[in-house]
Design a protein around this ligand. Structure first.
Ligand code: ZN
Length: 432
């Protein structure tokens, strides 16, 4: 799509200003806009619903907030940046002296012109985030200040979006992104848009081998709720991607899944290498994003993240400087191309199972043994059709994919697939 970067830019402009959190109308509005791109189903999980060791909190919505001097001048204004208010702040309206207000103010330790991002989802609290310059201005003024946080925090629901794309195989691949961050561009929003455009690309395909489960959830609580609400399906999934921080201008990288020998890691590296892209490798660790839920003991989905300026790594992370100066549609489109290449690799992945794993298959019975040739010696390292049949029956255990087998045999995967399909047509192999 020639105008793809411009199209992504247009959605960045529309989605960036929206105040999102783990619940609330900002998330609904975001999903409604994404529905212009893909037919997302929107689900609501009521407050108080339990999800394993967690529960859905009250819903939070914000209309306005400010800190003003007695003459009515707003020094801090929610309308200037939604990062000014700690997410999930309870409603406040009153007069505060500087010393009363001071403990409620948060600045960034190193980036003095940045507004930091803070949340307080599970502890009733309130506060403001501001630049060092704004902090000093308030300090110099000395107060008293008029402080208003116009929020509601009451039973409602948590909202998530879902798109299920069936393929020839019932085996699902999970694509997940988180929709809960307010105005930050690389963390959260870039991943949301890339996922939407990737879903659009998958949707447009006339055929898909795998089925795709695409989730737009608030981070942590949303992913946990999603697992709880879709437990049976989620427990059958082998691999997935958490898509985030994909829009910076820095180096590409990927966070490995918990089993570094799993095919998904190799496929990502192949996608990078074939694109001629230099990349960083982040080994799996227990921090990060929703792979924490998807890789937990009960699910053990091999979940990786292919990113660009990964979370934690870039200085603007979790501040107001993670904005549209940092992220562009062009950069997201470049990462999207890598994801599409990776999806092509997923789609090319074929896994077969030998239906007769006990001892050798009697090939002649299935019309698979050469009728002439007699007692010839096998050519060691040979790659005749008979050799490939024997290797396939040896390797196809329902787990090892054709690409991995092809690599071990030093032949093209397509050659093996042709032979595997022949064996499948005879009922000797089946697609796993
Ligand atoms: Zn974040």
């Amino acid at each position: 799509m020639a105008n793809l970067p411009a199209k992504i830019d247009a959605y960045l402009e529309r989605l960036f200003p929206i105040c999102r959190s783990i619940t609330g109308n900002g998330n609904r509005k975001t999903l409604r806009i994404l529905q212009e791109l893909i037919p997302l189903t929107v689900h609501e999980v009521p407050s108080g619903t339990s999800a394993y060791d967690w529960f859905i909190p009250d819903e939070w919505n914000i209309s306005d907030a400010w800190i003003a001097t007695p003459d009515g001048r707003r020094v801090i204004d929610f309308n200037a940046s939604n990062l000014h208010v700690i997410s999930y702040s309870e409603p406040i309206c009153g007069k505060f002296t500087w010393s009363e207000l001071q403990t409620r103010l948060h600045t960034h330790p190193t980036l003095h012109e940045a507004i930091p991002y803070r949340t307080s989802y599970y502890k009733r609290d309130w506060g403001f985030c501001l630049t060092r310059t704004q902090y000093r201005e308030l300090e110099k003024h000395g107060g008293p200040f008029e402080v208003v946080i116009d929020t509601t925090l009451k039973p409602g629901s948590l909202t998530y979006g879902e798109l299920l794309l069936p393929g020839e195989s019932k085996q699902e691949i999970l694509l997940s992104c988180y929709i809960c961050h307010p105005s930050m561009a690389n963390d959260s929003l870039s991943g949301v848009l890339l996922t939407a455009f990737l879903a659009q690309e998958l949707l447009a395909r006339t055929s898909r081998h795998y089925s795709y489960r695409i989730a737009f959830v608030p981070e942590t609580i949303g992913a946990i709720a999603y697992c709880a609400q879709n437990e049976t399906a989620m427990k059958k999934i082998d691999m997935g991607l958490v898509i985030t921080t994909v829009g910076g201008s820095g180096k590409f990288g990927y966070k490995q899944s918990f089993d570094s020998t799993h095919a998904i890691n190799r496929l990502i590296e192949d996608a990078f290498n074939e694109s001629g892209v230099d990349y960083l490798t982040y080994p799996f660790d227990i921090h990060g994003s929703d792979e924490r839920q998807y890789s937990s003991q009960g699910f053990r989905i091999n979940t990786a993240t292919l990113c660009r300026d990964r979370y934690y790594e870039y200085p603007q992370y979790h501040t107001s400087l993670d904005n549209l100066d940092l992220v562009t549609g062009e950069q997201i489109a470049e990462t999207l191309a890598l994801y599409v290449r990776l999806i092509d690799k997923f789609e090319a992945r074929r896994i077969y199972r030998n239906r007769m794993p006990n001892c050798e298959v009697m090939l002649s019975r299935h019309d698979l043994y050469p009728t002439s040739g007699g007692a010839q010696c096998p050519e060691l390292g040979g790659r005749s059709e008979l050799d490939l049949i024997l290797w396939l029956l040896f390797f196809c255990d329902g787990k090892l994919d054709i690409n991995a087998i092809a690599r071990r045999l030093h032949i093209a995967p397509d050659t093996l697939i042709t032979v595997a399909d022949k064996l499948a047509s005879k009922g000797v192999l089946e697609i796993a």
